[in-house]
Design a protein around this ligand. Structure first.
Ligand SMILES: Cc1ncc(COP(=O)(O)O)c(C=O)c1O
Length: 249
């Protein structure tokens, strides 16, 4: 934290909330905003509080793959602060306070398309069912892979995980992914490059070697298939293939 720091931006990665209490305290101590990135955490809870309701504001993505996804791009921000709400409404609509009078720039056109809004409104009613489906998939992975040397995701005390992505770890990650291709299983890595190693963020002055733990983990993680409609048959095939590959290493 320096005199230039304006806010903290915890990212509730993979569907589980970052421990918010210490960040809230830190933000209050230094007069910073606390903004929650809830793009992967629709419906997640921490100590009973739903993701997005602890910070000064929160952002959600409704990209189609998300826990609550539209049929195209979309997103929303939420806040309980009226001044922040007014500003957000201006920023999403050319900086206008009233039609057609711009009071601040730069601003954007970030309206949510009405068709997407209606799709989301209907799907929102099913959010709990989507999350239950994801949790059932997670439970089956725990039953099927819990006794292997694969490191499975852990839910920290007080958290209710929504499993947007089911990320596991193994030092032989690349070999495992290669061998799974023989079973026609092609898995994703979320995410292969830590932000600080990307060319686009080189200007921040970090780079490879500056965050060794992050870099090590980025070389070991991969994601198992995770979506509410994943059938037990398909999931059993994945579990079986992963077990075979692990035992042949
Ligand atoms: C953690 C996180 N933050 C932000 C975003 C950006 O959301 P969008 O693509 O809707 O702009 C995403 C996903 O795309 C995300 O996973």
């Amino acid at each position: 934290i320096t005199e230039r720091t304006k806010g903290l931006l915890p990212v509730h990665l993979y569907g589980q909330c970052v421990d918010l209490a210490p960040l809230k305290e830190l933000a209050a101590k230094h007069g910073l905003s606390l903004l929650e990135d809830c793009a992967q955490a629709h419906g997640a809870r921490q100590n009973g509080t739903v993701a997005g309701s602890t910070g000064d504001a929160a952002a959600f993505s409704f990209y189609p793959t998300k826990v609550l996804g539209a049929y195209g791009d979309g997103g929303a921000t939420i806040t309980s602060d009226e001044a922040v709400e007014r500003k957000l409404r201006r920023l999403r609509y050319y900086g206008m306070e009233e039609r057609y009078y711009t009071v601040e720039t730069p601003a954007h056109n970030s309206r949510l398309d009405e068709v997407q809004a209606e799709i989301l409104r209907r799907k929102l009613k099913r959010l709990d069912a989507y999350v239950d489906g994801r949790r059932a998939v997670a439970r089956r992975y725990e039953e099927g892979l819990g006794d292997t040397e694969l490191k499975l995701p852990k839910t920290t005390p007080g958290n209710e995980h929504v499993y947007y992505v089911y990320v596991v770890r193994h030092p032989a990650r690349d070999e495992i992914l290669e061998r799974l291709k023989a079973y026609d299983i092609h898995l994703n890595i979320s995410y292969p490059w830590p932000v600080h190693t990307m060319t686009g963020f080189a200007h921040l002055g970090y780079g490879t070697g500056s965050l060794p733990v992050t870099e090590k983990l980025a070389g070991e993680i991969f994601s198992l298939p995770m979506y509410p409609a994943l059938s037990t048959d398909l999931q059993d095939k994945v579990v079986h293939a992963v077990r075979e590959v692990l035992s042949a290493l």
